[in-house]
Design a protein around this ligand. Structure first.
Ligand SMILES: O=P(O)(O)O[C@H]1O[C@H](CO)[C@@H](O)[C@H]1O
Ligand SMILES: O=c1cc[nH]c(=O)[nH]1
Length: 247
């Protein structure tokens, strides 16, 4: 028989109803330190999982690695546990001026430029967040006080180029920027589409890691690290809001 949690290697009851997913396994403990009684409940491949408590409710944090295939496996397997609400805390490259290093970006929807979700459903099916999760993230961002933006991102399969190769796809970049797409990352399309298909409530908050300036991109640094910490706090506060609302 196929193990429904072959990759994430957790017991269903070891995962809370509320789960934060992060790309980088080094980010898991940065989130877990805010949970009460956090303990490691799984560690296999890119999937490192801790579970603790917030307001008496079990909350987990799991890394999903880079790219949509790894996110898809993580979400499929999480859906066989107690998980019902999944919030991604990730990083993004800005596609618009005015998104500064360390700013938070609450993601309402994604342009599905990944391959994975096309193997699940027609391209016209939207990659959209759960409204109650977006609402809680906005409420939390107001309280934590980090500059934040709300909107659409582009989810690609390639960090180095391809969709944004000026010669090959310059028109596409211009089209999406003109259409107001705020940032680029690599997993939210899969999270939102597969989350919807599996009846999970999903949302995401990204931190700007590459800022677009007149001179080109500037990357990471202290402002980014501080902003990431704030984004983690916003995601946790959003979960507290959802717990209070019984959502
Ligand atoms: O910081 P994370 O969550 O990994 O997200 C972004 O960073 C990675 C690329 O450097 C991709 O996974 C992209 O989506
Ligand atoms: O996928 C990503 C993440 C951060 N910055 C980018 O340019 N791409």
């Amino acid at each position: 028989m196929v193990d429904p949690r072959y990759h994430i290697r957790v017991k269903p009851d070891d995962v809370g109803k509320y789960v934060i997913v992060v790309g980088d396994r080094g980010r898991v403990e940065r989130v877990a330190k805010y949970l009460q009684e956090a303990t490691k409940v799984g560690d296999n491949r890119e999937y490192l999982t801790y579970t603790g408590y917030l307001k008496g409710e079990k909350v987990s944090v799991m890394s999903t690695g880079m790219g949509s295939p790894a996110m898809a496996i993580g979400i499929e397997e999480l859906a066989t546990t107690n998980a019902r609400v999944v919030i991604r805390v990730g990083t993004t490259g800005a596609l618009q001026k005015g998104l500064n290093l360390g700013d938070s970006l609450i993601v309402t929807a994604s342009v599905r430029m990944d391959g994975t979700t096309n193997q699940y459903i027609i391209p016209e099916y939207p990659a959209v967040a759960d409204f109650s999760v977006v609402n809680a993230l906005i409420g939390a961002a107001k309280r934590v006080e980090n500059p934040y933006h709300v909107g659409i991102v582009l989810s690609t399969d390639s960090y180095y180029g391809k969709a944004f190769d000026e010669e090959k796809h310059g028109h596409l970049e211009k089209q999406l920027i003109k259409a107001g797409v705020l940032g680029v990352e690599m997993e939210i399309g899969a999270l939102y589409v597969i989350g919807s298909l599996k009846k999970l409530k999903t949302g995401a908050i990204l931190t700007v890691r590459e800022e677009l300036t007149d001179e080109g991109y500037i990357q990471a640094g202290e402002k980014f690290e501080q902003g990431l910490e704030k984004s983690i706090m916003i995601a946790l506060k959003a979960i507290e809001i959802l717990i209070e609302r019984g959502a």
